[in-house]
Design a protein around this ligand. Structure first.
Ligand code: F6P
Length: 193
């Protein structure tokens, strides 16, 4: 069997403050998730099975992976959707400072591209090499960000791309995908922290 494991990074300082983007450290709770992750993974992956951990280039994903002893690789293509001029703001601040953008995103979250940043469609395009590489691999654990995971999840679940922005990818939850010929089986494992 070949599994693709997905996880968001542990809760970050920015998550706590409701800010988007950035390159914040994990919060205390986020670190707890990182500490739990090796045991959680070991419950499902036997010692002789191979696993490779992929992260983004951002601190919060590397910190989440830090206690895992498997081979690791970090990819720029796994960095969070670039929020451009809105990077580091809360949604309230965006609504105040860029009301037209806020509305445009609400009207079409899939196509909306942040000023100087990206849309969900842009993220899907830059994920193409990742998806290609995944097809050739054995077990992979991908520790990355909410928007990126929504796109990867929608791809494997055969959900139309336009619905990617609404996939539910909670914090502190491991998602195991098992791609089969006609469907992908999903298991969600919630860490208790
Ligand atoms: O809030 C965490 C976060 O990963 C942000 O960095 C990112 O902009 C956002 O989630 C993506 O979610 P949404 O597309 O729903 O704003």
């Amino acid at each position: 069997p070949r599994y693709i494991w997905l996880s968001r990074h542990g809760e970050s300082q920015y998550n706590l403050e409701g800010k988007i983007g950035g390159d914040a450290d994990l919060s205390e709770r986020g670190f707890k998730y990182a500490q739990k992750l090796p045991d959680l993974v070991k419950q499902y992956i036997k010692d002789h099975e191979k696993l490779t951990v992929w992260t983004s280039t951002l601190k919060r994903t590397k910190q989440t992976a830090q206690y895992l002893t498997y081979p690791k690789k970090s990819w720029k293509a796994l960095d969070e959707l670039d929020a451009g001029s809105c990077d580091g703001l809360t949604y309230e601040e965006i609504a105040e400072r860029f009301p037209e953008d806020f509305k445009a995103r609400d009207d079409n979250k899939f196509e909306y591209r942040y000023r100087g940043g990206e849309s969900y469609r842009d993220v899907i395009i830059r994920l193409e090499p990742i998806i290609m590489e995944l097809e050739n691999q054995e077990n992979i654990l991908i520790i990355t960000h909410q928007a990126v995971l929504r796109c990867i999840y929608a791809y494997f679940m055969n959900v139309p791309q336009e619905e990617s922005p609404w996939m539910s990818i909670p914090l502190h939850t491991l998602i195991r995908l098992e791609p089969r010929a006609y469907e992908t089986l999903v298991t969600r494992i919630k860490a208790d922290i």
